[in-house]
Design a protein around this ligand. Structure first.
Ligand code: ADP
Ligand code: ZN
Length: 527
């Protein structure tokens, strides 16, 4: 049989070792570039096929491919999977026994490895560097490269040390890979990793099979249960919560309601965590209720939904988490429930967070982008892709495309809220949160109102045209638009510079009308 001339060593390896017919997207160009000794910065969405981009060059080039990865918990799995394919892989990290480490070091020195996975903190240790000096390295792969960016959301100080790779081993090509990167993060990765000469490969971040939906939160557990029972019965999925306690609560709630669900968070002991993770990977139709500690690097193709019960802190985080749905290309759901309390809580967390002002501003910018995505009246996908500096047309598949939200002139409502906050501002030492503001607008003589004689305020009772939930929606959107903010750890509402424009009638406020919540039976017809 004649070998077709297209059968390059890379393609041959793809077929023989990995059993795939053809490269996907830009894999071929990336691999050729690295095999030829070039540096590369690869941006590809989760599930896009980044691993092959460094695994194949490691196999094709002489020597051992060294993969830097922060995902220590997954190294064993990754190495096992490669060994099952006949690839000689090993790892070095701090969880290992001394003898195991010795064994891998010897394999490396004897050129008996194709791939060596390393935790970043290992690489900055002098003894590891000396070890690497004694072997032959084919390529350095820096996985989850966004961890080097302080601007990003997963910063790991150990990654900063990786800029030294180039100085110590200038002839070894380097490939940095990430699934999350705005223009700013990409530039930061290139500078900090000393990858200024690297060729950039930027794949589209669109995940057309994922349907994005963001709903207004009122009874989150019930809303989640309804989603799962009407649309995702028997499906595997991930539910993200902010706190450990709520992952446990939600997992128990789902289990009581006939949906098998396991909690996952950093507070569980290592054995339970590993057991829950491996059940999720191996069994069909399990739901994991997790904090964001779960999922980085998890490769389960048939995750049918990712649900968020709390607001993610950034669009990057949201995008990465939702990206774990539908890696097999089949229709999947990204569903988020979000409400006023989320905004208040996150603004509060930022206000009281450690670090300098620049850090707080950065967190604020991340949150603002996330809120803009939640409150948009336009296509969610367009908004998401624009965030990653990509152009797109309305998708026809997300919630806002399918039932476009209406908007209304909320200037007067906004003025009522802002002038109430303004009046309360004079009693600054007091802690007046959203609840109290709404009570005043609705003219309720609560104990707190009477105690502070707030029934004498001119704004008392001026808001009876809207209901309490409607006022909370208004306040939420004012917070999202930066027309109001939160101070201190009690969630006291305070005005911003932009508030003055609204109070001075120099600025109109457009608000989004909450789409009518479908009744139980109507929701069945949703696709
Ligand atoms: P990423 O690291 O970008 O999230 P992976 O490297 O884990 O993505 O790849 C996602 C899935 O796609 C894996 O199951 C992988 O085996 C598969 N895959 C990658 N490249 C190809 C290809 N060329 N042909 C078929 N399947 C592929
Ligand atoms: Zn859309």
């Amino acid at each position: 049989m004649t070998v077709p001339h297209t059968d390059t060593p890379a393609l041959h390896t793809l077929r023989r070792v990995f059993g795939y017919d053809a490269f996907r997207g830009e894999q071929q160009q990336i691999i050729d570039h690295v095999v030829d000794g070039g540096d590369a910065l690869v941006l590809m969405p989760t599930g896009g096929g980044k691993s092959l981009c460094y695994q194949i060059p490691s196999l094709v080039r002489p020597g051992v491919g060294v993969v830097v990865s922060p995902l220590i918990a997954l190294m064993q799995d990754q190495v096992d999977a490669l060994r099952a394919l006949g690839v000689r892989a090993g790892f070095l990290n701090s969880t290992q026994h001394f003898e195991d480490r010795r064994l891998v070091e010897n394999e490396f020195l004897n050129d008996e490895l194709d791939l060596l996975y390393l935790a970043p903190e290992r690489l900055t240790v002098e003894s590891t560097q000396r070890l690497l000096d004694q072997g032959r390295i084919s390529v350095f792969a820096i996985d989850e490269a966004h961890c080097v960016a302080q601007w990003g959301h997963d910063f790991r100080p150990d990654y900063l040390g990786l800029s030294a790779l180039h100085e110590r081993w200038p002839t070894v090509p380097r490939i940095a890979l990430t699934a999350t990167a705005t223009e700013a993060t990409r530039a930061e990765i290139a500078t900090r990793l000393n990858l200024t000469e690297a060729r950039h490969f930027v794949a589209s971040f669109d995940r057309p099979n994922i349907q994005y939906r963001i709903v207004s939160k009122n009874k989150p557990e019930q809303q989640l249960l309804e989603l799962l029972t009407t649309e995702h019965r028997g499906d595997a999925g991930i539910v993200y919560c902010l706190s450990r306690a709520s992952t446990e609560r939600t997992a128990a709630f789902l289990s009581q309601n006939g949906i098998e669900a396991l909690p996952y968070h950093a507070g569980l002991d290592a054995r339970t965590r590993a057991a829950n993770q491996s059940r999720f990977l191996r069994e069909d139709g399990l739901v994991v209720v997790a904090t964001i500690a779960f999922g980085m690097g998890i490769d389960k193709p048939d995750v049918r939904f990712v649900a968020h019960l709390d607001l993610p802190k950034s669009v990057e985080g949201y995008y990465q988490e939702t990206g774990r749905a539908g890696r097999d290309g089949l229709p999947s759901t990204a569903w988020l429930a979000y409400g006023l309390a989320d905004v208040v809580q996150q603004r509060k967390m930022i206000a009281t967070s450690e670090g300098d002002d620049a850090h707080r501003r950065r967190l604020g910018t991340h949150l603002d982008a996330m809120l803009a995505l939640c409150e948009t009246v336009e296509c969610r996908r367009v908004q998401l892709l624009n965030y990653f500096d990509e152009q797109a047309t309305p998708c026809g598949n997300c919630d806002t495309c399918q039932s476009p939200p209406e908007s209304w002139d909320g200037t007067i409502a906004a003025q009522k809220v802002l002038s109430t906050v303004y009046r309360l501002d004079r009693e600054r030492r007091q802690k007046f949160g959203v609840g109290h503001v709404v009570d005043i607008l609705l003219g309720r003589t609560t104990a707190k109102v009477t105690q502070h004689r707030h029934e004498t305020l001119t704004v008392f009772g001026v808001g009876t045209d809207l209901s309490e939930p409607e006022w909370r929606t208004v306040v939420r959107q004012l917070l999202a638009q930066g027309l109001l903010t939160v101070e201190g750890d009690h969630g006291t509402l305070v005005l911003t510079e932009a508030s003055a424009e609204v109070l001075g009638r120099r600025r109109e406020v457009r608000l989004r009308t909450e789409p009518k919540r479908p009744t139980k039976s109507a929701s069945r017809s949703r696709s």
